[in-house]
Design a protein around this ligand. Structure first.
Ligand code: 6PG
Length: 272
């Protein structure tokens, strides 16, 4: 109890200091515990955003890691502890399939979270990654974000929270090594063919991700340990080929790991 209380205190302290751009790595023994901690961070961040600004703009991750996180958040609906009616939902990336396709990140998030919490339908913005003209669709999604998400002092839309996962190859969102999406400095949303997948993806780019008040990266499983070690390496050269190494938000950057994902490295408690 004392240990978990301590962790919660660490996070509350970080949240209270979010104006001081806190960057932390938090490691839990198991994926279940890491997911529970990520859920606490997620809920606290939404509550803090709504308390401070009356709304919360989220960008959500796909893949498999966040399934359990979304399910835990769905369980909060009954408690009323999260002001979901003040949350606006965007997507960090999407596959080139319709939103009713089993591979769709939107469908996964809808089934595990959105069908269970009172987010207003007009405040959910699926990413059109199955459009005929992907480049135009990406530009339109960017235009919608610029119109709806309040910008920070740098003039970029500032999400309150961007949730990310990471692949074993170090990709995050759909920012894969070798694609021109990774090095984008102008476009905030990009669609591109991903050779390693043989498919197209649409994704937020790093300028938009890094403009966020809070970035939460949840990584679990031994298969991610090598990529985590590179991400947390003291040596910047180790990170340069890792797409996730480009995550460098002005605000909070909180990495939540389970022990297997952290086994190759002893994460520092501060990310430089
Ligand atoms: C996707 C995700 C992707 C994911 C990583 C990790 O569309 O697959 O957005 O970026 O976060 O690939 O995936 P897992 O959580 O499935 O390991």
């Amino acid at each position: 109890m004392a240990a978990s209380l301590k962790k919660a205190d660490i996070y509350k302290d970080m949240t209270m200091r979010h104006t001081k751009d806190t960057k932390k790595v938090l490691v839990e023994n198991t994926a279940v515990e890491a997911t529970a901690l990520a859920a606490e961070i997620f809920k606290t961040t939404i509550c803090e955003a709504v308390d401070a600004r009356g709304e919360c703009a989220l960008a959500l991750a796909g893949g498999t890691t966040p399934h359990a996180l979304y399910q835990q958040l769905a369980e909060t609906a009954a408690s009323g502890e999260v002001p979901w009616e003040s949350v606006e939902v965007y997507f960090g990336d999407e596959r080139d399939v319709p939103h009713d396709n089993v591979e769709s990140n939107y469908l996964m998030i809808q089934r595990n979270l959105l069908d269970h919490v009172p987010v207003q339908p007009g405040k959910v913005h699926p990413m059109p990654a199955d459009a005929e003209d992907l480049a135009t669709a990406a530009d339109q999604y960017e235009k919608m974000i610029r119109a709806n998400v309040v910008s920070g002092t740098d003039g970029l839309p500032q999400f309150d929270l961007v949730l990310l996962g990471m692949g074993g190859d170090g990709h995050t969102a759909s920012l894969f090594a070798g694609t021109d999406a990774v090095d984008q400095t102008d476009k905030l949303v990009k669609a591109c063919f991903v050779p390693v997948l043989g498919r197209s993806r649409m994704t937020l780019t790093f300028p938009l991700i890094n403009a966020a008040r809070n970035v939460l990266l949840l990584v679990t499983g031994a298969d991610k340990a090598e990529a985590v070690a590179k991400l947390l390496s003291e040596d910047p050269a180790a990170r340069q080929d890792l797409p996730a190494g480009h995550i460098d938000p002005k605000g909070n950057f909180i990495v939540v790991l389970d022990a297997p994902a952290a086994r190759v490295t002893r994460p520092r408690t501060e990310l430089d």
